[in-house]
Design a protein around this ligand. Structure first.
Ligand code: FES
Length: 230
């Protein structure tokens, strides 16, 4: 993570499920590539809201033994490779359909997954984290390892200086709450992350993000007006 954080741990000899939402896929495909280079098998759920949102298709394919292309928008994607699958709906529904064998024969079984890495919105990662204990539970190893790339607001990235990246963790057994600085390490166990706390902290940037989006839309419109071909 950044120049001073901790890189994602890459292991060989595992079966890894990557779960990417939207822009999260821009990071996940290099993680998939690294796992495959070490001899792990990669099952990649790549999720998008709209069909137009998908990019780096070849890189994602190269980073995975199997890709399940998920899209909220019908008719969804048409896979390029025989082993890949397509699903219309959200990514948790896609994982469940895959696990049940509803998307066709699976060369990689969900039951063989040792590690889940989720990168996407806070709500998507929370949903994946929860589904592992509910709908997906019968299809997963009881002791699989699951992490999310926690997108806390960051400022200094100098570790324990500004505390913008402060993230509560709640122990599911004891209920004990402790706080970590996400700029040390964004990869955090899904079962520990307090996603409500993360959502509250992310909301502090909401006004700036809306203003920036409006400013960019205005600039693009101006550009189009001055140069109609853009
Ligand atoms: S971003 Fe400043 S302490 Fe982590």
């Amino acid at each position: 993570m950044g120049p001073t954080g901790t890189p994602t741990e890459i292991h060989g000899g595992e079966t890894v499920a990557l779960v990417g939402g939207g822009l999260g896929n821009a990071v996940l495909f290099s993680i998939g590539e690294a796992f495959r280079k070490k001899g792990s098998k990669v099952l990649y759920f790549a999720g998008y809201k709209k069909q137009i949102d998908r990019y780096k298709v070849q890189e994602i394919e190269a980073a995975a033994d199997i890709v399940v292309w998920c899209c909220d928008e019908a008719p969804g994607f048409t896979p390029n490779r025989p082993q890949d699958r397509s699903f219309v709906g959200n990514i948790v529904q896609a994982m469940l359909a895959y696990a049940k064998g509803e998307l066709g024969d699976n060369a990689i079984r969900m039951q063989d997954v040792d590690r889940i890495i989720a990168i996407g919105s806070d709500r998507m990662m929370a949903a994946v984290g929860q589904a592992r204990h509910e709908a997906l539970k019968p299809y997963l190893k009881p002791h699989h390892y699951a992490i999310g790339s926690i997108n806390s607001p960051m400022q200094c990235m100098l570790k324990e200086i500004c505390a913008q990246c402060l993230q509560p963790h709640r122990d599911p057994q004891t209920g004990e709450v402790r706080y970590v600085f996400s700029c040390f390490n964004q990869d955090q166990p899904l079962d520990l992350v307090d996603f409500h706390g993360l959502s509250e902290r992310l909301r502090q940037n909401s006004l700036q993000e809306k203003l920036t989006a409006q400013w960019l839309a205005h600039c693009m419109e101006e550009l189009r007006r001055q140069r109609p071909m853009v």
